[in-house]
Ligand binder design. Structure first.
Ligand SMILES: [Zn+2]
Length: 656
């Protein structure tokens, strides 16, 4: 396929790289300054308005759905890069300008969502087959959820609320991104923490080490600092990152969502939000969460007893006078794992250098899904960001692209996530693109982090291997309580020895990770399930409770719910202030992580005999990933497994 645009970056290719494929799609836009962002924003929004008007006037005939999808494509190409760079661009002025532009796009979207002419077009458009019908069903649902069918006064209020929610969510994230939280430690306080974490860190005028609360600093301190005080300081700083301002924002967000649901005749936002998802309503989601907590409750308590005994032994205090604090949990859990299973997550770092780990993760996908990744020279938002062209291995044809941004830096989004930038649309030969953003330690990854990498790559693959007719139903546009499943399915590939051998294919000089270390890591993973699922359960239940309350009060509710867990609540901390998921699109939907995991574990059963099976992988690529949202999620799973999905594998895993 010929690229639609030969970019400057392609001209800059070195001789060695000339055999590499060119991008199958236009290059990622460069944003040179805040003014550039704004100029582009004006032009892009104007173009979007014109396209809406053209679609409004268009005759509703058999080509109408394609025209509707053309509009989707225009919006993806112009809005998505802007909404993405506000999270990753190194220049704060550019990020801020992109954020301002994003609010304008939000206003555009909420107006479009209430466009009656286009909504009527969707209702009247001739549908050739089930794929067309599914597009109409999904898109109509989006318009209805935006308030298109409400009486005028309610419709206006709905738009106001949507715009306000968009603004509040952005502010919430900005407060975290720009918080610049720093914690200082003496060298003695960091005893136990690998030197690679702090040796090159800045010092203050008293010679103390200054660390941020980014993952490569936070996690090692929490896991390995011998000093309880040092851990406590780090933990409190991270837990309070968003501050009171974000608690206030979250209260406003949840209140507005409640009001929004009432415009549609729903008691609360949970039931409104879940009605088009797999769970259908709040009661079903809650019942499911209850069954999870029932399965892990005892385990969580017994794990905690073990941590307590370990702390008593470590501190030389009598057991009855020893209490495990929140900032102790990771540290003692690592100690138990070390003593019981000889597992030290840090010990994995030398085996998994970041760049080679990425190659390894890509190689897994190549093997299972029948694709090839080739890195090309390409100018992106940051010099360290990378571009890969994804090709179909059988035909050699470029089918997608992948951008990767591996390392932390100031002002960058500080979790791990994938942005779907372009959706596939076979009707016009449109190839998809995804951006994967993580924050890894340059010294190497723990096995947990390799798992995170594979999880995120799972999202990127979902975008990139989609072969839907319409961009509007591409890749990850599936229901939110299914969207994590393809990623979660891949997580445990990293514990498979046959899979791990692929590391030597991409890095012959890397020492192979010893089998015994992997066995121990698997045993330790089973051991930590009580704490892990207990925490996930708390997050999910909190999110539902917050969005079900008539007068949402984020902190008191959190203090009460976290207070009821075995480790309790620590006064003065405010975890919800950093819980960006629920301020944004995972609001009243966080349960989806656990819900999807049920599906993920069920999908995994097909790979039980061989995680690298190209035959199963091929079917999976065609029947699940390739279909995106053009079939309802339960049907995708049924097509692939040959039966309805069930929760057997999940509950067996919890009990194991
Ligand atoms: Zn995910």
């Amino acid at each position: 396929m010929k690229p639609a645009l030969i970019s400057l970056a392609v001209l800059a290719l070195t001789a060695a790289a000339q055999a590499a494929p060119t991008l199958p799609a236009p290059n990622f836009p460069t944003y040179t300054s805040a003014a550039d962002v704004q100029t582009r924003c004006d032009a892009d929004l104007k173009g979007a308005q014109q396209r809406v008007q053209t679609l409004e006037r268009r005759k509703v005939d058999k080509g109408w759905l394609a025209s509707y999808d053309d509009l989707t494509i225009y919006l993806e190409d112009h809005q998505n890069p802007n909404d993405f760079i506000l999270n990753v661009h190194p220049d704060k002025a550019v990020r801020d300008a992109a954020q301002a532009c994003s609010l304008r796009w939000g206003d555009f979207s909420s107006t479009l969502g209430q466009n009656e002419k286009i909504y009527r077009g969707l209702q009247k458009a001739p549908k050739a087959d089930a794929i067309d019908a599914e597009l109409v069903r999904l898109a109509s649902g989006d318009f209805e959820d935006s308030g298109v069918a409400l009486p005028k006064a309610k419709r206006e209020r709905a738009k106001q609320i949507l715009d306000k929610l968009n603004e509040l969510d952005q502010q919430f994230n900005k407060n975290i991104r720009d918080a610049g939280t720093r914690v200082t430690f003496t060298e003695a306080e960091l005893s136990g923490v690998p030197e690679s974490v702090w040796a090159k860190a800045k010092r203050d005028d008293q010679g103390r080490i200054v660390l941020g609360v980014d993952y490569p600093s936070y996690v090692p301190v929490m896991r390995s600092a011998e000093s309880g005080e040092a851990r406590e300081r780090m933990w409190r700083a991270k837990t309070n990152e968003g501050g009171q301002a974000n608690l206030d924002l979250l209260a406003q967000i949840a209140t507005l969502r409640g009001e929004y649901a009432k415009l549609f005749g729903f008691d609360n936002f949970v039931d409104f939000n879940l009605r088009r998802r797999m769970a259908k309503d709040g009661a079903t989601a809650t019942r499911f969460l209850d069954s999870v907590t029932g399965a892990v409750n005892e385990r969580e308590k017994s794990e905690l007893q073990e941590l307590r005994a370990n702390k008593a032994q470590h501190m030389g205090t009598p057991l009855e006078q020893t209490t495990v604090q929140r900032w102790d949990a990771s540290f003692y859990s690592e100690r138990v794992k070390l003593q019981k299973f000889s597992v030290d997550q840090n010990a994995f770092r030398p085996y998994f250098p970041p760049q080679q780990s990425l190659q390894f993760a890509l190689r897994i996908i190549e093997r299972v899904m029948g694709v090839k990744y080739e890195r090309i020279d390409n100018k992106l938002w940051h010099d360290e960001a990378q571009t890969y062209v994804v090709s179909d291995a059988a035909s050699g044809k470029p089918i997608a692209q992948l951008y990767v941004d591996l390392y932390p830096r100031d002002g960058k989004y500080n979790h791990a996530a994938v942005w779907p930038l372009r959706g596939s649309a076979t009707r016009v030969g449109r190839t998809p693109a995804a951006a994967l953003v993580v924050n890894f330690d340059r010294n190497g990854l723990t096995l947990d982090e390799v798992e995170t990498l594979l999880h995120e790559l799972g999202h990127a693959v979902h975008v990139d291997l989609s072969k839907t007719r319409y961009a509007a139903t591409a890749g990850t546009k599936v229901v939110p309580d299914f969207v994590e499943a393809p990623s979660q399915m891949l997580e445990d590939w990293v514990y498979d020895k046959k899979v791990l051998k692929l590391m030597q294919e991409v890095c012959p000089d890397c020492k192979p990770v010893p089998d015994a270390m992997v066995d121990q890591a698997v045993a330790a993973k089973h051991y930590g399930k009580g704490g892990l699922f207990g925490r996930q359960h708390l997050y999910a239940s909190y999110d539902l409770a917050l969005h079900q309350s008539a007068k949402p009060e984020p902190l008191p509710l959190w203090a009460k719910m976290e207070g009821a867990t075995p480790l309790g609540y620590v006064p003065g901390t405010m975890f919800p202030a950093g819980f960006a998921h629920i301020a944004g699109s995972y609001g009243a939907g966080y349960y989806g992580y656990l819900w999807s995991l049920v599906v993920a574990m069920d999908l995994r059963t097909a790979f039980a005999a061989d995680k690298l099976s190209p035959d199963v992988g091929k079917r999976y690529r065609e029947q699940v990933l390739g279909q995106g949202a053009q079939k309802p999620a339960p049907e995708l799973v049924k097509d692939f497994l040959g039966r309805d999905s069930n929760s057997q594998a999940f509950f067996e895993y919890l009990k194991k």
